[in-house]
Design a protein around this ligand. Structure first.
Ligand code: NAD
Length: 476
């Protein structure tokens, strides 16, 4: 039996339990695996006071020292990869191999931002004799961060890495359904020697926590990853209190498949990638616009690949796709499937729950979905792909850009002209050609339109966690 950690809050460098708790379920069996502590108002106030003290210490800590502690914590997480991965598979359901990769990816975020910590250069502005103008990038202050359940370890890593590298303290409210990844992060930083109060971890009722933390005077940035609907609510609240936000929200990524590629190869690559993390990825390729000349073999190979995937418990080594992470997802996907069928889409495979106690849903591929099908507009956030034929690149680009989302977009082509058009014209923060990878630690990641704003990672990532401070110094 895999080990699941004792889930506690981490406030002011100490672990604490709470009076109230909620069950944590294994989505492969719907069985309880642990208890989630629910933070009270007093716990949150303690976290705020601790984070204010933590900010005073950490913002005055040399960047090289900050980087050293971050790298030590990342090393500990790499050493604990198996333990963390097992906890993630237990609480989230994803195959153990994917959980192991997620831990490495989370460590890469820390390692990249640790490198950036020592490179937050300011500049000296040329000036008249006797006066100096200096631009500094200073840590913004305490960050209130909210991370979702789809990547229990790498999602919180993004926010903790950015905050700590910049010299900020943070209160992280990680996902209630998948708390273990964040607990392991807090544990690794505790063991790596992070001063008390710099990283505080809470769980509870999400709206109660955000509505209490965001208005506080010491909260200087609101960083959220999750749905567009909640992102807009938190942005409104933040605006009322004049707090900047970093919002990484939903997507509904289009994939344009041009007529110059091998349709079978592109379909196999696409179907495999689509079902990674059971499709619960904000950059998941979802709307495939395939040139009509290669549409049939593409759709067939895609559906066959999806249907052949072995769906099961993430601990079974033969499993290629696990259950969905919570009870809401199969309900949502069932509704989208029924609606698509009713509106005349062709169901190539799936579209139904699978037997068993867990939240299993069959890999689903629909074709020729009309624009008024709900799945064409609502992010399925699950193992659900839509394949539609198009007559031209113009039509594909127009349809790809038709939704209010703009996080990731993809294209398959060997034509330099097509590739250039896709790169220029697809409305998304991240456009990938001939690869379905949209984000790595060294590249900036984030959305346009309803997919949010701000960037995480890359050389841009720390800019949200810092403020620009101009010093004018009249010398003598
Ligand atoms: P949801 O919008 O209720 O919750 C998403 C996340 O936001 C959860 O982690 C939740 O704890 C948090 N949250 C919700 N209300 C909050 C509040 N008032 N204050 C602070 N945090 C709050 O939706 P859900 O049912 O958990 O997930 C469904 C949708 O969320 C998906 O369809 C997908 O669009 C989106 N989602 C996106 C990502 C992403 O990586 N962008 C990740 C997870 C979910």
């Amino acid at each position: 039996m895999a080990h699941y950690p004792d889930i506690q809050l981490h406030i002011d460098g100490a672990w604490r339990t709470t009076q109230d708790s909620l069950p944590i379920l294994n989505p492969a069996s719907a069985q309880e695996i642990g208890l989630l502590p629910v933070a009270s108002r007093a716990d949150l106030d303690d976290a705020l006071a601790a984070a204010a003290r933590g900010f005073r210490i950490w913002s005055q800590t040399a960047p090289a020292k900050r980087a050293e502690i971050m790298l030590r914590a990342a090393r500990l997480m790499r050493d604990r990869n198996e333990e963390i991965a097992q906890a993630i598979t237990l609480e989230h359901g994803k195959p153990l191999t994917e959980a192991r990769m997620e831990v490495i990816r989370g460590c890469e975020f820390f390692e990249w931002d640790a490198g950036e910590a020592v490179r937050t250069y300011g500049r000296v502005i040329p000036s008249a004799p006797g006066i100096k103008y200096i631009v500094l990038h200073r840590p913004i202050g305490m960050v209130a961060a909210f991370s979702p359940w789809n990547f229990p370890m790498s999602q919180p890593s993004r926010k903790v890495a950015g905050a700590l590298a910049a010299g900020c303290s943070i209160i992280l409210k990680a996902a209630e359904e998948t708390p273990a990844g964040a607990v392991h992060i807090a544990r690794a930083f505790h063991d790596a020697g992070l001063p008390a109060g710099v990283l505080n971890l809470v769980f509870g009722v999400p709206a109660d926590i955000s509505s209490h933390l965001i208005p506080q005077s010491q909260t200087r940035l609101v960083a959220f990853t999750g749905s567009t609907a909640v992102g807009k609510q938190l942005t409104e609240l933040a605006a009322r209190h004049m707090k900047p936000v970093l919002m990484e929200l939903g997507g509904h990524a289009p994939v344009v498949v041009c007529d110059d590629v091998d349709p079978v190869q592109a379909a196999i690559t696409s179907a495999t990638r689509k079902m990674r993390n059971a499709g619960q990825v904000c950059t998941s390729p979802t709307r495939f616009y395939v040139h009509e000349s290669i549409y049939k073999p593409f759709a067939q190979a895609f559906a066959e690949t999806a249907a052949a995937l072995h769906v099961g418990d993430g601990f079974d080594p033969s499993t290629q796709m696990g259950p969905l992470a919570n009870r809401r997802r199969p309900d949502a996907l069932e509704a989208l499937s029924e609606d698509a069928r009713a509106k005349g889409a062709r169901m190539l495979t799936g579209g139904h729950r699978m037997t068993g106690d867990g939240y299993f849903f069959a890999p689903t591929v629909i074709a020729e979905a009309p624009d008024d099908a709900r799945a064409m507009r609502e992010e399925p956030f699950g193992p659900f792909a839509i394949i539609n034929p198009v007559a031209s690149l113009d039509e594909a680009i127009e349809k790809a850009n038709a939704l209010p989302f703009g996080l990731a977009a993809y294209g398959f082509t060997h034509s330099a002209r097509n590739a250039d058009r896709l790169a220029e014209e697809l409305e998304a923060g991240n456009v990938s050609i001939n690869t379905l990878e949209a984000s790595v630690a060294e590249t900036p990641f984030g959305g346009v339109k309803d997919s949010g704003y701000g960037r995480e990672g890359g050389a841009e990532g720390l800019s949200h966690y810092t403020i620009v401070k101009t010093i004018s110094h009249l010398v003598g």
